[in-house]
Design a protein around this ligand. Structure first.
Ligand code: 2BA
Length: 109
């Protein structure tokens, strides 16, 4: 048995939990914080049989893959201090950090 530990962005977490549950995987969702950015992310613990690891990683890849998104940002305008300019920028969202570790013993009591 393996434990798949997937750290994903909060925006992707609920969809990913739904996808895992629909595929009959048990999952535990933890609210976590990245050490570098110090912002919230989500860590999912998914205990699975060895031959199911790739299926779990595929689901993570499908739902939480790294992609670009256009957001609009606002900055003070050059034409006056009470005026603002809005313009679109591309940002990277999503992505996942995955660890697969051996489970020495699994019991439900
Ligand atoms: P990622 O490498 O995609 O990592 C996203 C989050 O995954 C991390 O959040 C952390 O919570 C977790 N994570 C990644 N690698 C890990 C590991 N080896 N062990 C345990 N947890 C791990 P943050 O720490 O807030 O990092 C956010 C993003 O900042 C990282 O995205 C990376 O692009 C960048 N980053 C992290 N550390 C950096 C550093 N020392 N220098 C430059 N950029 C860094």
């Amino acid at each position: 048995m393996k434990m798949v530990i997937a750290i994903v962005q909060n925006e992707d977490a609920n969809l990913l939990v739904e996808a895992l549950m629909e595929n009959h995987f048990s999952v535990t969702k933890l609210a976590t914080t990245g050490g570098f950015l110090r912002v919230g992310n989500t860590t999912l613990l998914i205990g699975v049989e060895d031959d199911q690891v790739e299926k779990v990683i595929d689901l993570v890849r499908q739902v939480a893959k790294c992609r670009e998104q256009i957001i609009t940002t606002t900055t003070p305008s050059a034409y006056g201090s009470d005026m603002f300019s809005t313009y679109p920028i591309k940002v990277q969202v999503g992505g996942a950090t995955i660890f697969v570790v051996d489970v020495e013993r699994f019991e439900k009591i």
